[in-house]
Design a protein around this ligand. Structure first.
Ligand code: SAM
Length: 270
């Protein structure tokens, strides 16, 4: 485990202020959260009732994307930035079920995620996991630390699920993704989920305003045009940019899952 400049733009995390990693854990039905997280999270749910479905659809997308990457795409290295608190089917568990030799580096800047990181370090003996306490604003430092576990001369799957929405300036967020993808070779992949006020997410505008006034870190939604910028120079894999609930989802009783206002996509570096 290592730490590098974890706290830029990050107010102190504690039981007095609702914090995203813990509220996300509450929406996923977890227990690693404080009363203030449940209070703010439930208020957001009252304003934007589908937020719990968004969180679950995002995790199900993670499962499908990582199974595809570790299997068909033969990726055995993963850099998961904005990991969140450990929950069921963390990235290493999904990947190592497909390929026990998979190596995963987790990155988050929330001190509580650091405190629970031991649950992310339960690698198979053939593979490896590591945790870096760091801020996504410092992609070069993250890559430097991740080199202790990952071989950047071989393809890496870079994952930013529900985390770029905390990089408020779009040019900065695009630059961070560009630096990460510049550090990995051809054959690497990029996986992103991101909230939007499109795809029926108009109700999210007020809920996000409430969040930004009452919780941390501040969040932003992005349009399809903005989200598309993250994939410049990469080959988007089928079905392209869709609601994460629909990305390679199997129909149930002939019906695809309902759309949630969260984009999801996977792309390959040519
Ligand atoms: C919505 S949760 C998503 C968790 C997980 N990736 C998922 O999809 O279920 C976002 C996570 O990103 C982390 N995060 C937010 N801003 C970050 C930053 N600047 N650097 C690193 N992690 C960040 C939060 O602490 C939180 O754990």
């Amino acid at each position: 485990m290592s730490e590098n400049r974890p706290s830029e733009g990050q107010p102190i995390s504690g039981p007095d202020v609702a914090h995203n990693a813990r509220v996300w854990n509450h929406w996923l039905g977890g227990k690693d959260n404080y009363p203030i997280d449940r209070k703010v999270g439930d208020h957001v749910t009252s304003m934007f009732p589908s937020i719990g479905e968004v969180a679950r659809a995002d995790r199900e997308f993670l499962g499908r994307a990582v199974r595809f990457l570790a299997g068909e795409a033969r990726m055995d290295q993963f850099l998961d930035i904005g990991t969140g608190l450990p929950t069921a089917d963390n990235t290493h568990e999904v990947a190592q079920r497909v390929n026990p030799a998979a190596r995963i580096v987790y990155v988050d800047n929330d001190p509580l995620v650091l405190a629970h990181a031991r649950a992310l370090l339960t690698s198979t003996p053939e593979g490896a996991t590591d945790y870096i306490h760091a801020d996504a604003h410092h992609p070069d430092a993250i890559v430097a630390d991740a080199k202790a576990t990952l071989d950047f001369d071989r393809p890496v799957a870079v994952m930013l699920l529900g985390s770029l929405n905390f990089i408020l300036d779009t040019d900065t967020a695009v630059d961070i993704v560009g630096r990460l993808m510049a550090a990995v070779p051809s054959g690497s992949h990029l996986v992103i989920t991101h909230p939007t006020t499109e795809l029926g997410g108009e109700g999210n505008v007020e809920a996000m305003r409430f969040w930004n006034e009452n919780a941390t870190p501040p969040i932003t939604a992005r349009s399809l045009a903005e989200f598309t910028r993250f994939f410049a120079g990469l080959d988007l894999l089928d079905p392209g940019i869709v609601s994460c609930a629909r990305w390679r989802a199997a129909p149930v009783d002939g019906e695809l899952p309902p759309i949630v206002p969260q984009f999801g996509a996977v792309a390959r570096k040519p």
